[in-house]
Design a protein around this ligand. Structure first.
Ligand code: AMP
Length: 187
């Protein structure tokens, strides 16, 4: 299974989605699509998207869906995404998840796996504080964890009863987690 895989990586901030997505994207030779990375790039470049998203990202709030849905649609239509992809940080609420279902039906693409990285809160906070990203201040971290619980965790119920859903223990070394994801998805 070196190509053609479509994987959604799910989990709270600091669970290791970005790290794992990078590793798996290389192993599976498919693009890593991170809405957080796209937004940070747009903010750094001062594009119209970046200007609109900036305050939300800095505050740890979700950026409005209206800024992201077209962006995801266009990204999944790009030629490199035809061989598969890893989504990291999207979907983050039920509306985004329903949108993605519809979009994938429209593009005739199917999700192969949704993998939830499960990591206890007491591990997440020190990990985030150690990362040093602009939105990794103590205040913003607190808010991002709240936003995860209030808006994003419900997305787990959306996928939880689908047969391609897996939850794995993300509180291990990056190597162990990668191996465990590969086993879980059979890739
Ligand atoms: P991340 O790199 O995934 O932790 O995302 C960083 C920040 O970007 C989040 O705290 C949100 O402000 C914003 N963001 C990323 N992905 C999304 C999304 N799917 N929906 C709304 N906001 C997002």
């Amino acid at each position: 299974m070196s190509s053609g895989y479509r994987l959604i990586l799910f989990g709270p901030p600091g669970a290791g989605k970005g790290t794992q997505a990078k590793r798996l994207a290389e192993i599976l030779n498919i693009p890593h699509i991170s809405t957080g990375d796209i937004l940070r790039g747009a903010i750094a470049q001062g594009t119209p998207l970046g200007q609109k998203a900036k305050e939300y990202v800095a505050a740890g709030e979700l950026v409005p869906d209206s800024l992201l849905l077209d962006l995801i649609r266009e990204r999944l239509k790009e030629s490199d995404a035809q061989k598969g992809w890893i989504l990291d940080g999207f979907p983050r609420n039920i509306d985004q998840a329903s949108f993605l279902d519809e979009l994938l039906a429209e593009l005739d693409q199917k999700v192969d796996s949704v993998v939830n990285l499960s990591v206890p809160d007491e591990v997440l906070i020190p990990r985030l504080l150690g990362r040093g990203r602009a939105d990794d201040t103590e205040e913003t971290i607190k808010r991002r964890l709240e936003v995860y619980r209030e808006q994003t965790a419900a997305t787990l119920d959306f996928y939880g009863d689908r047969d391609y859903f897996r939850s794995i223990n993300g509180d291990r070394t990056p190597e162990e987690v990668t191996e465990s994801i590969q086993q879980a998805i059979g890739a």
